[in-house]
Structures are given as structure tokens and as C-alpha cells.
Ligand binder design. Structure first.
Ligand code: HEC
Ligand code: HEC
Length: 222
């Protein structure tokens, strides 16, 4: 009986005492001092890529690996940083490194951040045929000149290309195919003042370019 009463009292005490809230992971690593987690946050005071649509944009496995072992995606800095291409861009590294457990929890959280109006535009699942792959590579490199600003992959399997845009050399492991397609069709939805030229691609070209970008994979990712 005594045991029962003390258990009840203890239970009540534990329930009624305020629980010491752990600082959230995002606060601990000050993620929001650099990244925007909401479109309402001011652009000016943030010099890192927006994360409020991370759940639309990334593959969870890439996110979790990146958070443990950050890689440089934008060798020339972040395009929305006011210092971009002024030679004084804040270096992308050192980026905070998270433990495996923290990265997993943070990755899961980031995957919940999505745009309410992320469009239903979907990429066809079938990958490019070999012949089409060669043709779209020419579109990417010569016709549209995407390679002038983005790294792709050369025949030797190495990253090659310009660095004023984010590297696409590992896009097939990093980005979601539907997001790439939506980015190519409606970049304004994701970035108000982007630096990438608007190509006004028809659906078929956007589909093909997306499939090509998703075929770009580098390193030991699988
Ligand atoms: C000191 C500023 C700073 C802090 C703090 C910071 N980041 Fe970053 N983060 C950056 C920059 C700059 C990049 C771009 C790196 C690149 O592209 O090479 C980046 C890239 C990323 C990316 C990849 C985005 C993309 O589009 O490629 C993710 C995801 C990310 N950070 C998440 C986080 C999380 C989660 C935290 C907190 C645990 C955090 N960052 C803290 C500056 C920061
Ligand atoms: C003049 C340089 C330039 C050219 C040419 C260009 N881009 Fe971009 N691209 C950028 C920049 C800079 C960004 C980063 C966002 C911004 O500032 O608009 C970007 C962003 C992207 C992204 C999103 C990457 C990410 O991780 O956020 C994709 C995908 C992309 N471009 C594909 C293409 C394709 C496909 C072409 C050719 C049809 C192309 N780009 C041509 C500069 C360029």
C-alpha cells in the first residue's frame, strides 16, 4: 500500500514538475543564423541556402550524410549571399558537423519542411535510353550551356564544369527528381531573385534534362 501511494506521488510529481526542455538541435548548432527555415525570415541576414523546402528538394540519405560530413556544393559561395562572386564570400566550411544520431534526427526533421503549393509536376520514372542520354548531354553541355555554371560528370567519371552554380556532379544522389523538374519549370517558386537564366523549357526538354541530371552520381554513395 505504501509502495502504491509513493509510486502515485512520485508519478504525480514527475508529471507536474516542469520538464527541462533540451535545447533543440537547430538551436544548439545555430542553423538559423545562416539558413532560413521559413520564407518569412529576412533574406538579407542569411547567407546559406534556404531550407524551408528541404523536404521537397533533397534525398534523406544525402542529407544525413551531409550533416555528418559536409561537402562543398557551391565552390564559389552561395548565390543569394550579397558577397557572392565579390571574392569575399563567407567560406562554406567549416559547416557544423552532427553526430550520426543528431544527423538522423535533423534529417528527418528537414524532410518534413515542404512548400504547401509544391506542384504536382512529376517526372516520368523511366530513365533515359542510352541514345537519349548522349543527346541530352549535348543539350546540357552545348545547346543550353548549363555546364558553364554547373559541374557535371565527364567521360572519365570526374566532376567537370563551371562553379558559379551549385555542383550537379552528385545531383542523382542529392536531389529529388520531382524537385529538379519543378525547379527547371518554376524557379521563382523557390528563389525570388535567382542568378540562373530562365530557359522557359517545354515539358519534354525539362523532363529530359531532369533525367539527365538525376543520372549524375559520383563517389561511393550506394
Ligand atoms: C555558419 C553558417 C552555417 C550554419 C551555422 C549552418 N549552415 Fe548549413 N550551410 C551553410 C552554407 C554556406 C552552406 C552551403 C555549402 C555549399 O553549398 O557548399 C550550407 C549547406 C547546408 C545544406 C545543404 C543545402 C544545399 O542546398 O545544398 C544543408 C542541408 C544544411 N546546410 C543544413 C544545416 C543545418 C541542419 C544546420 C544546423 C545543424 C546548419 N546547416 C548550420 C552555412 C551554415
Ligand atoms: C549563368 C549560370 C547558369 C546557367 C547557364 C545555368 N544555371 Fe542552373 N543555377 C545557377 C545558379 C547561380 C543556381 C543557384 C540558384 C540561383 O541563384 O538561381 C542554379 C541552380 C540550379 C539548380 C538547383 C541546384 C541546387 O542544388 O539548388 C539546378 C537543378 C540547375 N541550376 C540546373 C540547370 C540546368 C539544367 C541548366 C541548363 C538548362 C542551368 N542550370 C543553367 C546558374 C546557372
Amino acid at each position: 500500500m505504501h509502495f502504491l501511494i509513493s509510486t502515485l506521488i512520485c508519478g504525480w510529481l514527475m508529471w507536474s514538475l516542469p520538464v527541462q526542455a533540451e535545447p533543440t538541435l537547430a538551436e544548439k548548432h545555430a542553423c538559423s543564423s545562416c539558413h532560413r527555415f521559413s520564407p518569412k525570415d529576412p533574406v538579407e541576414s542569411h547567407n546559406a541556402p534556404d531550407l524551408f523546402y528541404a523536404g521537397n528538394k533533397f534525398q534523406p540519405l544525402w542529407l544525413k550524410k551531409f550533416l555528418q560530413n559536409p561537402v562543398v556544393v557551391r565552390k564559389a559561395g552561395v548565390s543569394t549571399d550579397p558577397d557572392f562572386l565579390q571574392n569575399s564570400s563567407t567560406p562554406a566550411q567549416p559547416h557544423p558537423r552532427l553526430s550520426k544520431n543528431e544527423a538522423s534526427a535533423m534529417g528527418d526533421y528537414l524532410m518534413t519542411l515542404t512548400l504547401p503549393d509544391f506542384s504536382g509536376n512529376k517526372v516520368e520514372k523511366a530513365p533515359l535510353t542510352k541514345g537519349n542520354h548522349v543527346r541530352v548531354k549535348i543539350l546540357f553541355e552545348r545547346n543550353y550551356g548549363c555546364i558553364a555554371c554547373h559541374e557535371g560528370i565527364n567521360l572519365a567519371g570526374q566532376a567537370r564544369g563551371g562553379i558559379s552554380g551549385p555542383s550537379l556532379a552528385n545531383a542523382g544522389n542529392r536531389l529529388s527528381a520531382d524537385w529538379v523538374y519543378n525547379w527547371l519549370k518554376t524557379p521563382k517558386k523557390f528563389i525570388a531573385k535567382g542568378r540562373m537564366p530562365y530557359f522557359n523549357l517545354d515539358d519534354e526538354s525539362a523532363q529530359k534534362l531532369t533525367k539527365y541530371i538525376m543520372s549524375l552520381k559520383i563517389g561511393d554513395w550506394n
